[in-house]
Write a protein that binds this ligand. Structure first.
Ligand code: NAP
Ligand code: MG
Length: 505
């Protein structure tokens, strides 16, 4: 079957080979084979810039999840479980190489599917995904236990004790649509480095780049069943994965609301759970900050990826004396941003990912204005096709407003003045259920450090924002999550520790 995708304006911008790939219904990856859903169902995947169908994808449900979990278990008990760390590391490294070899193609897919500019996906999403596999490949050979001196008083010196870190087992991973390939990489790479096997449920809005990655995983030499990729809906495939008795651990990224459902589903058999959830991150500007750098950094802090970042700097606290200047500077930047189709090289900001997100974000804009906020710029949707929303700066807000308290996940900044960098500023910045990230802008290094120490957030950026690295742990305090992604810290999400003691005298 060929799929009718009529919008020539975007599809003409990608190579014929990719158009051909999209012209076939995309199957799911189970036990090393590309298969259709057991139910035979497929769902449409759309281009959010044109609202046109890009392709159809196999719609997995509980039956496919069950087959995938069985395949993952067999792979864990099979060649993958016996593979030497060094060979495992080489395969993981090869995955990173293959991602870079397919840089343009993956960036094109990401742009078509998610709406983000191709130019951004090409320099950010795809290279960062490759880097995650490259970085994690090195850990495969460095997961070490410890010799532990014990003081067994009854028989001192008679025992030798050490710890042996072991893969936690079969991991269910559920990811969102904001960085489809990168979220897959953040999840898969550490699970593979630690020797786990995986069933990955990709977001219904953006399954394509992960499915292409699945082809590259097999090309890299990953044994069958080590990674299984099941596209489908959250309340069917996702829920079945979170509750499946054959899954040892669930790793989830998405909304705090669904995070709670995951915990409930996993609690029946007390599966291990890690969660990377929402945020409403404070970004604090002191009056001695470098104004130009701050305006540029705070603009990127909220507008990068159309504000669809869990760590977006969405509450900007600006010291009174410079409030008007900084807010106006960000508004001026917002007005210069060129909105358009992601595959257009001139586009700086694409559409939001879906009609649902478009409805949510424009709903927040409406609620903000109704409650008395004022848009310095933006404040509404843009264009008459696709899910475009104007980058927005809201002022005259009150702490109780929904736009101040809730995660909008769109290009909407709330700018809030403050008098002094004192306890009340810290209290206001921490006045949120979330605790994912924060920013501080000042030339006073000591003051920046004092503030950073008091912010309840898993990441604090000083005079910068959105600086991510595969080596740096990332994750949330409070309701922003459990555990950390990336760096050495993520390994503990996927390991059990076994203490072994032998009698030696
Ligand atoms: P979401 O509903 O939390 O979706 C994240 C993933 O969880 C998707 O793969 C989703 O499947 C799946 N899912 C949904 N319901 C599930 C269930 N009952 N059991 C298991 N899995 C389930 O997030 P969203 O709908 O994409 O966006 C809603 C809001 O979440 C956003 O506005 C934003 O505030 C937040 N969000 C946060 C992040 C982050 O990085 N922390 C990322 C994206 C969104 P399907 O979507 O395929 O149905
Ligand atoms: Mg959803």
């Amino acid at each position: 079957m060929n799929i009718q995708t009529t919008d020539s304006s975007t599809l003409e911008r990608v190579p014929a080979a990719l158009r051909e790939w999209l012209a076939k219904p995309r199957p799911m990856l189970i036990n090393g084979k590309w298969v259709q859903a057991k139910s035979g169902k497929v769902f449409d995947v759309n281009d959010p810039a044109t609202e046109m169908r890009l392709t159809t994808v196999a719609e997995g449900d509980a039956a496919d999840i069950d087959a995938a979990v069985r395949a993952a278990r067999a792979a864990l008990d099979g060649p993958w479980g016996r593979m030497s760390p060094s060979v495992r590391g080489r395969i993981i490294h090869r995955i990173g190489d293959l991602i870079l070899e397919h840089l343009d193609e993956l960036a094109q897919l990401e742009s078509l599917d998610n709406g983000k500019p191709f130019s951004v996906a090409r320099v950010a999403d795809v290279p960062l995904s490759a880097d995650m596999f490259h970085y994690m490949s090195g850990w495969a050979t460095k997961i070490e236990g410890k010799y532990i001196p014990i003081s067994n008083l009854a028989a001192p010196g008679q025992y030798l004790s050490f710890t042996r870190p072991e893969p936690i087992g079969v991991v269910g991973q559920i990811i969102p649509w904001n960085f489809p390939l990168l979220m897959a990489a953040w999840k898969l790479a550490p699970a593979l480095a630690t020797g786990c096997t995986v069933v990955l449920k990709v977001a219904e809005e953006t399954p394509l780049s992960a499915l292409r990655l699945g082809e590259l995983l097999m090309e890299a030499g990953l044994p069958d069943g080590v990674v299984n990729i099941v596209p489908g809906f959250g309340d069917t495939a996702g829920a079945a994965l979170a509750a499946h008795p054959g899954v040892d651990k669930v790793a989830f990224t998405g909304s705090t609301e669904v995070g709670r459902l995951i915990v409930q589903a996993a609690s029946r058999d007390l599966k291990k759970v890690s969660l990377e959830l929402g945020g409403k991150s404070p970004n604090i500007v002191l009056e001695d900050a470098d104004i130009d750098a701050t305006i540029a950094g705070a603009s990127a802090g909220i507008f990068f990826n159309h504000g669809q970042c869990c760590n977006a700097g969405s509450r900007l606290f600006i010291q009174e004396k410079i409030f008007d200047k900084v807010a106006a500077g960000i508004a001026a930047n917002a007005e210069k941003i060129k909105l358009g189709v992601g595959m257009d090289p001139l586009t700086e900001m694409g559409p939001l990912v879906s009609e649902v997100q478009y409805g949510r974000v424009t709903g927040y804009l409406k609620s903000g204005m109704e409650e008395g906020a004022r848009a310095l710029t933006g404040g509404a949707a843009a264009g008459n096709r696709g899910y475009f929303v104007k980058p927005t700066v809201l002022v005259d807000t009150k702490p109780a407003m929904k736009v101040v308290r809730e995660e909008i996940f769109g290009p909407v900044l709330v700018a809030i003045p403050f008098k002094e960098a004192d306890d009340s500023l810290i209290a206001a910045a921490n006045d949120t259920i979330y605790g994912l990230a924060a920013g501080v802008w000042t030339r006073d290094g000591a003051k920046a450090q004092q503030i950073a120490n008091r912010l309840k957030a898993g990441t604090v950026w000083i005079n910068c924002y959105h600086v991510f690295d595969s080596a740096l742990p990332f994750g949330g305090y409070k309701q922003s999550g459990w555990g950390r992604e990336m760096g050495q810290a993520v390994l503990s999400n996927y390991l059990e520790t076994k203490a072994i003691t032998s009698r030696i005298h």
